[in-house]
Design a protein around this ligand. Structure first.
Ligand SMILES: Nc1ncnc2c1ncn2[C@@H]1O[C@H](COP(=O)(O)OP(=O)(O)O)[C@@H](O)[C@H]1O
Ligand SMILES: Nc1ccn([C@H]2C[C@H](O)[C@@H](COP(=O)(O)OP(=O)(O)O)O2)c(=O)n1
Ligand SMILES: [Mg+2]
Length: 234
């Protein structure tokens, strides 16, 4: 029988069914905090779009400097860059369950993901939190982040309001949105989060990376440099 993942770099076990959950919410809503609890309890791999970009920003390249500047201004980085980083991390992981934290931030992110990765999320977890509470948390977060200052926070709130709202509405229409009240203590928020993950269909979706079409795989090869471009049916 054909090996569903034949032709890949070996990091992905054969026939694995990938489960993707997007975790979205305003800056400081508690996405990272809830993601680490989900990882501990449900065995997901946590991919933070912001962390991947911060890592990339450290590289001494033109792209790294561009990312660093955009983040400092509270602006969004090009979708192609972030989708490529996410995909690279998915392929390198070997796990089959991923929390993608801080993504999609706007419709362009969502469309780029659908074009390049095209694995429907199981659901989208939205952590709802008041602006006052988010601001208070960010200003006490003490992670030494360049963008955790009053001016940049204001811009990030605006970006969230203007850009992420249409994404939320899109997934709400599709019946994929799961909303939790993030204004409470982390453990209380996690009670609701836990109930949502416990309900997740254990079968998952029958999609493997190898089932994406040859054009996409060729594109991934160019972008990530981590693909052996053979047809999975060889
Ligand atoms: N439910 C909560 N109540 C109080 N503080 C929280 C809560 N969730 C997270 N925090 C704290 O708020 C700050 C922002 O949380 P974080 O998980 O980094 O949010 P995000 O990833 O959405 O920006 C951190 O210092 C974190 O410890
Ligand atoms: N999909 C994404 C995610 C983050 N970014 C950039 C812009 C954001 O202001 C920064 C920080 O994102 P991050 O998710 O780490 O921020 P918060 O956890 O919400 O405080 O990264 C992006 O351009 N595109
Ligand atoms: Mg975060």
């Amino acid at each position: 029988m054909a090996d569903a993942n034949k032709g890949y770099d070996g990091s992905m076990p054969p026939g694995k069914k990938l489960k993707i959950v997007f975790v979205i919410g305003g800056p400081g809503s508690g996405k990272g905090t809830q993601c680490s609890k989900i990882v501990n309890q449900f065995g997901f791999t946590h991919l933070s779009a912001g962390d991947l970009l911060r890592q990339e920003a450290k590289s001494n390249t033109e792209q790294g400097t561009m990312i660093k500047n955009l983040m400092h201004e509270g602006k969004l980085v090009s979708s192609e860059i972030i989708v490529r980083l996410l995909l690279k991390a998915i392929l390198a992981s070997g796990n089959d369950k991923f929390l993608i934290d801080g993504f999609p931030r706007h419709e362009e992110n969502r469309r780029a993901y659908e074009k390049i990765v095209n694995i429907d999320p199981e659901f989208v977890l939205l952590i709802d939190c008041s602006r006052e509470e988010m601001e208070r948390r960010i200003l006490h977060r003490n992670q030494g982040r360049d963008d955790d200052n009053v001016d940049t926070i204001r811009r990030r709130f605006e970006v969230f309001q203007e850009s992420t709202l249409p994404v939320i509405q899109h997934y709400e229409k599709m019946g994929k949105l799961r909303r939790v009240d993030g204004n409470r203590q982390p453990d209380m928020v996690f009670e609701d989060v836990k109930a949502i993950f416990a309900q997740m269909n254990t079968q998952g979706r029958n999609v493997t990376i190898a089932q994406t079409n040859p054009f996409k795989r060729w594109f991934l090869h160019l972008c990530c440099g981590c693909f052996d471009v053979q047809d999975g049916r060889n």
